[in-house]
Design a protein around this ligand. Structure first.
Ligand code: FES
Length: 401
């Protein structure tokens, strides 16, 4: 697809952070640009849709709607995870709602039955019909990959494997044992009235929007933020920064400390950090001394999205008798922070419709947004050039602080 916003308009968002401005407001409001972006970015990238650890046993499943596709993620008899269409092959009814465990999936409409692997097992009144070849009917599989037990999908059969892109990040996070961590609660999406790009993570706002909620729990003085985290690979859409504290084992809780045991393999230096990593376009990891929290989101329209967050812990922590009570306490401590974020995101979205909507300058601590913008703009340029049948020119270099 061709971009409906001339590519030259993005030039002002690429380069030195002391000079660049934010993306054109229409990138947050226009249906035409949204359609272009869904193809240019989401149509050709890996997207996180949840945790494989949420479906540990044969027949465990969860459903998720991503980019207008209804998907069903199922643990197979051989232990693998299959992502398949959640649309019945008969008349397109949604096959499964929510999550659970099943031996097979039966469509509510006319009771067609599918195995865990998506093969049609039964179709009433058609099973013995010689004109109907049951074995030829199967729920289509969506290309997927498991990274550190996160389930990723792509609608592009040709992009390189995800593991290549995230291999350095795996090394960086080795001591958190990410693969073995389990969710404290199921991933539950809630709707937010804003374009997905507005979720872009930065800590410029922490000391201001969250001055009464986050700040009393965790010091976010700008001199204690490391924007050159080695996890950074902006050209791959991996954008990271660390919040650093003077003391070990601090967390944004009512006590200012971790409420759960420290992960056993962390170094002293790692115990002084909260590691924030965006894996564009739709995953944010926050690695803390006692857990990893993750946020994920999916666009549902130019001005609407769904957003979800959950917390990952080792089995030993989840098994503590006091875990549930302490975890609820921590969720409660951060509730106001989330309310403030949603308030800001939705307000920004409204502002983007103003005839006076700005292309604002960035503060140094918003370098993460400049890096994300440049990754996106390269995707826009690539898609537009492909649609024109020409080579990409002027790809942006990743921004430095
Ligand atoms: Fe599913 Fe008819 S639509 S059985």
């Amino acid at each position: 697809m061709l971009t409906p916003i001339p590519l030259e308009e993005f030039d002002a968002s690429c380069g030195d952070i002391n000079e660049v401005v934010s993306l054109p407001p229409a990138t947050f409001t226009s249906q035409e640009f949204y359609d272009f972006e869904m193809d240019a970015v989401f149509g050709h990238e890996w997207l996180c849709i949840g945790r494989a650890t949420d479906i540990p046993n044969k027949g465990d499943y969860f459903s998720v709607d991503a980019l207008g596709e209804q998907l069903l993620v199922v643990r197979q008899a051989d232990g693998s995870v299959r992502v398949q269409s959640n649309v019945c092959r008969h008349r397109a009814m949604k096959l499964v709602q929510g999550s659970g465990n099943a031996r097979r999936f039966k469509c509510d409409y006319h009771s067609w039955v599918y195995g865990l692997d998506g093969e049609l097992q039964s179709a009433p009144d058609l099973n013995d019909n010689p004109c109907f070849v049951k074995s030829s009917v199967k729920l289509p599989e969506i290309r997927s990959e498991i990274w550190e037990n996160f389930v990723f999908i792509t609608f592009d059969p040709d992009i390189p494997p995800l593991a290549d892109r995230l291999s350095n990040l795996s090394s960086y996070l080795t001591n958190w044992g990410l693969s073995d961590l389990k969710s404290s609660s199921p991933l539950t999406y809630f709707p937010v009235n804003c374009n997905w790009k507005i979720f872009g993570d930065e800590c410029y706002h922490c000391a201001h929007l969250h001055s009464k909620s986050w700040c009393p729990m965790y010091d976010t003085a700008s001199e204690r933020i490391d924007y050159d985290s080695l996890a950074n690979e902006p050209e791959k859409g991996i954008i990271a920064y660390d919040l650093m504290s003077l003391d070990k084992d601090l967390s944004p809780t009512r006590t200012g400390k971790n409420l759960q045991p420290v992960l056993p393999n962390l170094t002293d230096d790692q115990r002084r950090r909260l590691v924030y990593v965006t894996v564009a376009p739709n995953l944010l990891l926050i690695a803390m001394p006692d857990k990893v929290k993750y946020f994920t989101w999916l666009p549902t329209g130019p001005t609407t999205s769904v957003f979800a967050a959950t917390w990952l812990y080792p089995d030993s922590t989840l098994a503590k008798p006091s875990f549930e009570e302490e975890w609820k306490m921590e969720v409660e401590d951060l509730k106001e922070v989330m309310v403030e974020d949603v308030y800001a995101w939705e307000s920004v979205q409204k502002g983007m419709f103003s005839r006076n909507a700005p292309r604002g300058r960035y503060a140094p601590s918003e370098i993460v947004l400049v890096r994300l913008n440049e990754w996106l703009i390269n995707k826009y340029r690539t898609a537009d050039a492909k649609a024109r049948g020409v080579e990409v020119v002027g790809a942006a270099e990743p921004a430095g602080v």
